[in-house]
Design a protein around this ligand. Structure first.
Ligand SMILES: O=C(O)/C=C(\CC(=O)C(=O)O)C(=O)O
Length: 293
């Protein structure tokens, strides 16, 4: 059966180019995922998309091809709260990967400790209605209050619910990392309403970090994503101690406009033009958040 007949999606570029940009030694791709392999790690019955297999071998080959040294693997919604595939990839990385889990908020302390041993350093709360059925803020706050020491929370939301989420984020007792800057409309430019609202959030706490990632998702003008570069570079400059970066490979759900990962990497010097900024974005900041112990 072909992938199309089986309903499984291939969301990644078959032959990504070599980037012109060379990341510094030790660089971390701090937002990527693995899918399956399904025969070993079945997808969640609640999954909103059914991808083709994109396992650790493929991820590590891409890491090397793009010039990165390490990965932070974020549990994707298609695997629900069963983190086995992500843990398997971390275990196969020879210490070159850490992870972010998605958990049932009723998870025990023992299970959280096991996730820490397996390389997880945070949990993700996903508020995208097209990806998850419900996102119970009260239960999320309860589990956020009893995470292992040094952990953080990753939050994924779209710009239209930022204000609604402010009280919830205010109440989170650990550092926060916002995926893809909360998906601002980058066509508004660096001083547009979405960027202003996001800056106000960053000003509200100095332990809110973010990922200036996913030009392919956020910039409908397409590769080379000039609107993204224009809107995002000032944000990276102004909050350079609170940024980490990732490819988003295997680009879950992207069926149209699948990005060339080499071109995605070539966005880095456009949003972080100096070696000092690049080193913070790709090495020292992710080290602080994921390899502190
Ligand atoms: O990978 C991302 O960051 C973005 C995703 C997928 C996702 O988050 C998930 O499946 O958990 C998206 O916008 O569809």
């Amino acid at each position: 059966m072909s992938a199309e007949e089986s309903g499984r999606i291939t969301s990644w570029h078959a032959n990504p180019s070599k980037p012109a940009y060379t990341p510094p030694a030790g660089a971390v791709d701090a937002h990527c995922h693995v899918f399956g392999p399904m025969a070993q790690f079945p997808f969640s019955p609640k999954a909103k998309y059914l991808p083709e297999d994109a396992g650790p071998d493929m991820l590590f080959a891409l890491r090397d091809h793009l010039g990165f040294a390490r990965n932070v693997i974020v549990q994707a919604s298609c695997h629900g709260t069963d983190n086995a595939a992500t843990l398997d990839a971390i275990a196969k990385s020879n210490g070159k990967a850490r992870g972010v889990a998605v958990v049932d908020p009723a998870i025990s302390e023992e299970a959280l400790a096991d996730l820490h041993t397996g390389g997880m350093r945070g949990i993700r709360f996903n508020f995208l209605k097209r990806l998850v059925d419900n996102a119970p803020k009260d239960k999320f706050l309860e589990v956020a209050a009893r995470l292992p020491r040094g952990w953080h929370v990753v939050i994924y939301f779209e710009a239209d619910i930022l204000e609604e989420l402010r009280p919830f984020m205010d109440a989170i007792p650990v550092p926060i990392i916002i995926d893809h800057m909360g998906r601002p409309d980058v066509s508004q430019g660096p001083d547009g309403a979405d960027m202003k609202a996001f800056r106000a959030l960053l000003e509200s706490r100095d332990d809110i970090w973010f990922k200036p990632t996913c030009p392919d998702r956020l910039d409908s003008s397409g590769d080379p994503w000039d609107q993204f570069a224009h809107a995002v570079a000032p944000l990276v400059e102004d909050y350079q101690d609170r940024v980490i970066w990732g490819t988003d490979w295997p680009h879950p759900n992207m069926q149209d406009n699948i990005p060339d990962d080499g071109h995605v990497v070539d966005m880095i010097p456009r949003i972080a033009p100096t070696l000092e900024l690049q080193t913070k974005l790709l090495v020292t900041n992710p080290d602080r958040m994921y390899w502190a112990d």
